[in-house]
Design a protein around this ligand. Structure first.
Ligand code: HEC
Length: 141
């Protein structure tokens, strides 16, 4: 029985390590984000520029950044960004949100999209390293 618990636990512990590969590779994703960084920011001082800031984007409803003026299309999309919808949007923005103001030809490679999403997931809603503090403790009232 103990053996089975260990087998189950080992990958969980591995994914808890910051450097471990959990789906995508955040370090590689940082390089991919260079493609987005002309329009988007992440991190504690991120703000809206050509595009909205992307802190805590996985799990964030579309068009939520208060300091960015979104298109009608994005505001009405009703999307809550998940890894799936993000991957699809990055591959082809106009197919997921027809009429979006995001002008981007899309990233083709599945592996690079995974890495990119892993990188984006490393920022919490305030742009701090996700998982550095127990979730809840970082939230302000
Ligand atoms: C040429 C500028 C530009 C580039 C490059 C770009 N974006 Fe965008 N992005 C935008 C704009 C503008 C919007 C707002 C779209 C709207 O309002 O319809 C946006 C919106 C988004 C949203 C929705 C955000 C929200 O708050 O709902 C996500 C997610 C996103 N972009 C991810 C990316 C990623 C990841 C990349 C790189 C692979 C990227 N974008 C590249 C301009 C860009």
């Amino acid at each position: 029985m103990n053996r089975f618990i260990l087998i189950w636990l080992a990958p969980m512990l591995a994914t808890a390590m910051p450097s471990a590969r959990a789906g995508g590779d955040p370090a590689a994703g940082k390089a991919v984000f260079a493609r987005c960084a002309s329009c988007h920011q992440v991190g504690p001082s991120a703000r809206g520029a050509f595009g909205p800031q992307l802190n805590g984007i996985v799990g964030r409803p579309a068009a939520e950044a208060g300091d960015f003026k979104y298109s009608e299309a994005m505001r009405r999309s009703g999307i809550v960004w998940s890894e799936q919808t993000l991957a699809a949007f990055i591959r082809s923005p106009g197919n997921v949100v027809p009429g979006t103001a995001m002008r981007f030809f899309g990233l083709g490679s599945e592996g690079r999209i995974e890495d990119l999403i892993a990188y984006l997931k490393s920022f919490d809603a305030d742009g701090n390293p996700a998982g550095a503090v127990p979730s809840g403790a970082a939230r302000r009232p």
